[in-house]
Design a protein around this ligand. Structure first.
Ligand code: CA
Ligand code: CA
Ligand code: CA
Length: 223
């Protein structure tokens, strides 16, 4: 039994120690409002994630907004990098950095790439890039109940080093994003310390696991 429980304990607690992963779902941002500092001490939380001034929250037109989206991974608000009055500022910046990886869902009417840098606002060294494909927006779409941008894909990137920004300049006005997940060690966020209740729950869970292992063994003996 010890043989099973010790690795299990280790994986549970090491997962807790490096659980500073944040997924941004953009819910709570007003229709066509800049994301700006929503996740940098704003109403969305303090994750140190700052968006460029022309990155907007967009809300499904079926849910009171104006965006032609459907099937978004977390209804009903998504993200788009736009051009406003000829200006674009298509960055996501984490000044204190994040590491390990990032991923997001997207729906796009044209192919594009996004680029990861170790400096803020697309400066410094290129750490990696992600290629987005053009999807069949508007063709054969079914949704909730409608929206041209209804086919979503998830893409992700693992990288070495510490990243400070992602450049989305090729996606302007053609691509919508949702559920953007950043880092296994987003350094802006202090690692969570499990509450005493969490330990109690974990131990209770382990007790149950031990019990089911015992039961399986017992039933095998009688099989
Ligand atoms: Ca819709
Ligand atoms: Ca969402
Ligand atoms: Ca929707």
């Amino acid at each position: 039994m010890k043989k099973f429980i010790v690795p299990l304990l280790f994986s549970i607690f090491s997962a807790s120690a490096s659980a500073a992963v944040v997924t941004l779902n953009f819910e709570g941002i007003a229709s066509n409002a800049p994301v700006n500092n929503f996740y940098n001490g704003g109403a969305g939380g303090n994750y140190g994630v700052q968006f460029g001034s022309t990155a907007l929250g967009i809300i499904d037109s079926d849910a009171g907004g104006t965006a032609p989206i459907a099937n978004e991974p977390s209804p009903n608000t998504a993200l788009a990098f736009t051009t406003l009055s000829g200006v674009s500022n298509p960055y996501l910046t984490v000044a204190t950095g994040f590491d390990t990886g990032f991923s997001f869902f997207y729906s796009s009417s044209q192919a594009a790439s996004t680029y990861l840098y170790d400096g803020v606002d697309g400066t410094g060294n290129l750490l990696g890039s992600l290629t987005l494909v053009a999807q069949s927006a508007g063709n054969g779409c079914a949704g909730d109940p409608n929206g041209r941008f209804c086919n979503w894909s998830q893409v992700g990137l693992s990288f070495n080093g510490v990243a400070k920004s992602i450049y989305f300049g090729e996606t302007l006005n053609f691509t919508v994003f949702d559920n953007v997940t950043l880092g296994a060690n987003l350094t802006a966020v202090p690692p969570p310390v499990p509450e005493p209740e969490t330990y109690a729950l974990l131990l209770a869970g382990l007790g149950l696991i031990g019990f089911s292992v015992r039961r399986r063994k017992a039933s095998q003996e009688y099989a």
